[in-house]
Design a protein around this ligand. Structure first.
Ligand code: ADP
Ligand code: ZN
Ligand code: ZN
Length: 742
């Protein structure tokens, strides 16, 4: 009887063996339903066990193997095995994390495919049916029918032709139609027709009259000359240098080879914009988006299309790095320095680092793009482990880099957080009908509510953090756990009624600007104002159409967006990060400021940036003024080397959470005692986390570090086994390899 080894989502580092009478080698990677205790669980077959070794054991039988979707391909299983081993997370948990929710359910995919309904999108309306080759008659007719009636049911389409369901899938990938639902969505497994025909619709719309800059051309030439093996490229390009155009040329190359491109971005909010660019350039190429915001039916369908090779461009956030792809040809990681590529819970993986592993395993190039590469990647390029490529000037010939000036807050006063030079500059842009952006990294009205007589400040009872005043909603809110409470009438400590608001947040700045410039149209953009689903497209449209004069926003605004009418950026009080205890704070601050500053002057209007600071002489601001990331990166790297910080050492945290901090620390003490450090691995003392209390749970950690990755990994493997055996009642612990947060 064949015996299979199954990865199940349970917190132990073992596989589970079952007898599977009808299993064959071809089922490796398939989902399977098995008994565990008295539960039914879904797992994935990761290998066939040799009969001899297991014959004597009494193994249970499986319930069934699901054959409603193709199995996970072997190369993806290897990527998942790597993640499990490197991040010391159970393989079953890693595998199930990578699967769309629909495929994790113990029910086979079901639904009445006939009832699915599709409607025409704006993109579909704009398509001339004659772009479809005449020999693909059914597709032409279907598109024409959609353009006439707007909506079509799947079974109606099918009555026309047996190939209609495949055509509908194809139109969905092209963005011409979308499925919509009143009830639950269905997901059909394999398409009725081979998707092989889809490739013939790959087409490309070259932008008229765009010639690559010399730097762009060099980058494209270098990368495309070595497409058939693993090469890691670091594409360092100043904001507006045209990294996207380089990506587009590389993707075109891959599409011509009949292969697929995987493009990872840090934020969901960046996908619509990039998607629009890709669709405009490759109007007839199947593209899918994969991110956590998708409905589950949509996600599983996209996943299957990638698996089958039908989808050619896969655009997604972190999780998309686990998309199965049969013809992977290229991976792009845009804004590679962004911390959101690292997952901060459960499987604490870095999608960027996993992308590197995946590219090497698949023997395809991987391109990391950024204006301010992470110091890890920067050093890899400096040491020639990555190939460095540079885009040093803005691509658009009219545009130059913005002039950056510091407003010295030691000599210039502010009112409501705004200095006179900034007010003057804003007034000037208003008169010129140009847009301005005021950047402040704090949403809400004011960060702190404080008692004037006893200095009490309002704090969250569940977290070690201060509550932020939101004036419009008349509430105090915790930005870590979401806790919300009414404005207190008096001080909670002494009863004094004189409580005041200290500091500035987006709402307060918005109010101050409104008072100052009553005629200006002001738009606040932060997590509060964009929470509404689909708020982004209309916000971006308002900005593009110049229905806004002054934008007030947090870092949400900083990322990637292109605002052609924006010529002034004011940055309020970024100094706190200069003196943070987090050794990555400077690197992050610079990346953020460079990105915000980069919003100014992207078209033909020269841009200006004003930074309000008490430390205008600080090397970070000096480098910013010269747009010189290299100067700063080298200085920071020298500091890191001297202090023994990453990337010169490799770190891992053992994180522990418990109801009482003493319980967490005691567990970490036992863990430290159980460690068997060699001279090459340092084990530090347990300490409370930076946010020592979060959502009512106390948190502490223990740092270990080593000079090399392999030493650290060897240590962690041995240590983890001992940790598994430690008594740890009421303690939840995890390992965090290459931690970004402390
Ligand atoms: P980045 O992502 O590097 O910040 P983008 O890719 O957004 O920069 O490009 C900035 C602008 O420059 C875009 O409007 C783009 O269309 C334009 N652009 C890119 N390459 C060229 C080129 N070779 N010639 C003229 N304009 C270009
Ligand atoms: Zn008080
Ligand atoms: Zn809280």
């Amino acid at each position: 009887m064949p015996v299979i080894r199954v990865a199940l989502d349970v917190p132990v580092h073992t596989l589970f063996d079952y007898v599977a009478p009808d299993a064959t080698e071809r089922d490796v990677g398939a989902r399977v339903c098995v008994p565990l205790g008295n539960r039914r669980m879904v797992g994935v077959i990761v290998e066939m066990a040799a009969d001899a070794a297991t014959a004597s054991r009494r193994l249970k039988n499986i319930f069934c193997i699901f054959r409603d979707a193709p199995p996970l391909p072997a190369d993806l299983l290897d990527v998942l095995r790597f993640c499990s081993a490197y991040y010391h997370h159970p393989l079953g948990a890693v595998v199930m994390h990578a699967l769309p929710a629909r495929l994790r359910s113990p029910e086979p995919m079901a639904g009445d495919p006939g009832a699915a309904r599709y409607r025409l999108t704006a993109a579909g309306r704009a398509i001339d049916p004659s772009v479809i080759p005449a020999r693909r008659k059914i597709r032409r007719q279907l598109l024409a029918q959609f353009q006439e009636s707007g909506v079509l049911r799947r079974d109606e389409a099918r009555r026309r032709s047996r190939s209609a369901p495949a055509a509908l899938e194809e139109f969905v990938q092209l963005g011409w139609i979308e499925e919509f639902e009143d009830g639950p969505r269905n997901a059909s497994g394999e398409p009725a027709e081979s998707p092989a025909g889809t490739g013939s619709m790959v087409a490309e719309a070259l932008p008229p009259g765009l010639t690559l800059t010399e730097d762009q051309a060099h980058a494209v030439r270098s990368i495309t000359s070595a497409m058939h093996d693993y090469h890691p490229w670091l594409l360092q390009g100043v904001t507006g240098s045209g990294k996207t155009e380089v990506y587009l040329r590389l993707i075109a190359h891959v599409l011509h080879q009949g292969r697929q491109a995987l493009v990872l971005v840090p934020e969901i909010s960046l996908t619509p914009q990039l998607e629009a660019v890709f669709r405009a350039r490759f109007p007839a190429t199947p593209l899918i988006r994969l991110h956590s915001g998708l409905a589950s039916g949509e996600r599983v369908r996209a996943w299957l299309q990638a698996r089958q090779g039908a989808a050619r461009i896969i655009l997604g956030t972190r999780l998309a790095v686990f998309t199965p792809m049969s013809k992977l040809g290229l991976i792009i990681v845009d804004e590679e320095h962004d911390a959101s590529f690292k997952q901060q819970e459960g499987l604490r993986y870095s999608a960027r680092d996993t992308a590197i592993f995946r590219a090497r395993h698949a023997r395809v190039p991987v391109v990391l793009g950024s204006a301010t590469p992470s110091l890890e990647s920067y050093r890899n390029a400096a040491d020639h482990r990555y190939h460095g490529l540079f885009l040093r000037t803005r691509a658009n010939r009219g545009a130059s880099l913005p002039a950056i000036r510091c407003v010295d807050l030691r000599t210039v006063e502010t009112r409501d957080g705004l200095s006179a030079p900034l007010i003057a500059a804003l007034a000037e842009r208003l008169a010129l009908r140009q847009q301005s952006l005021v950047f402040i990294n704090r949403r809400g009205y004011a960060p702190v509510l404080r008692c004037k007589s006893c200095a009490w400040v309002a704090t969250c009872h569940r977290c070690a953090s201060r509550l932020v005043a939101h004036l419009r909603e008349k509430c105090l809110r915790c930005h870590h756990c979401g806790h919300q409470e009414r404005f207190p009438q008096a001080c909670a400590a002494c009863g004094n009624q004189d409580v005041t608001l200290l500091g500035h947040g987006t709402q307060r700045i918005e109010a101050a600007l409104a008072e100052r410039f009553p005629e200006a149209r002001i738009l606040r953009i932060d997590r509060d104002s964009t929470r509404r689903r689909n708020a982004w497209p209309s916000i971006l449209e308002d900005i593009q159409a110049q229905r806004v004069d002054i934008l007030v926003g947090t870092q949400i605004l900083a990322k990637g967006h292109d605002f052609p009418h924006l010529s002034l950026v004011g940055i309020l009080n970024p100094d706190a990060s200069l003196f943070s205890t987090d050794f990555r704070a400077s690197e992050r601050l610079f990346a953020q400021l460079m990105q915000v500053a980069g919003r100014a002057g992207r078209a033909d209007i020269p841009g200006e940036v004003l930074v309000q600071t008490e430390f205008p002489g600080h090397p970070l601001y000096q480098a910013l003024r010269r747009h010189d990331y290299d100067a700063l990166a080298q200085e920071l790297l020298a500091e890191r080397r001297a202090a023994g910080f990453p990337p010169y050492v490799h770190q891992a945290l053992l994180r522990a959470e418990a109801p009482q901090i003493a319980t967490a620390l005691a567990f970490l003490d036992r863990a430290a005692a159980a460690a068997n450090p060699t001279s090459r691995v340092q084990v530090f003392d347990p300490v409370p986390a930076h946010m020592a209390r979060l959502k009512g749970v106390e948190r502490a950690y223990l740092l270990v570090q080593a000079g090399s990755r392999s030493q650290l990994q060897a240590f962690l493997s041995a240590w983890r086994e001992r940790l598994d055996a430690l008594p740890g009642r009421k303690v939840r612990w995890t390992l965090d390899v290459d931690p970004l947060e402390f």
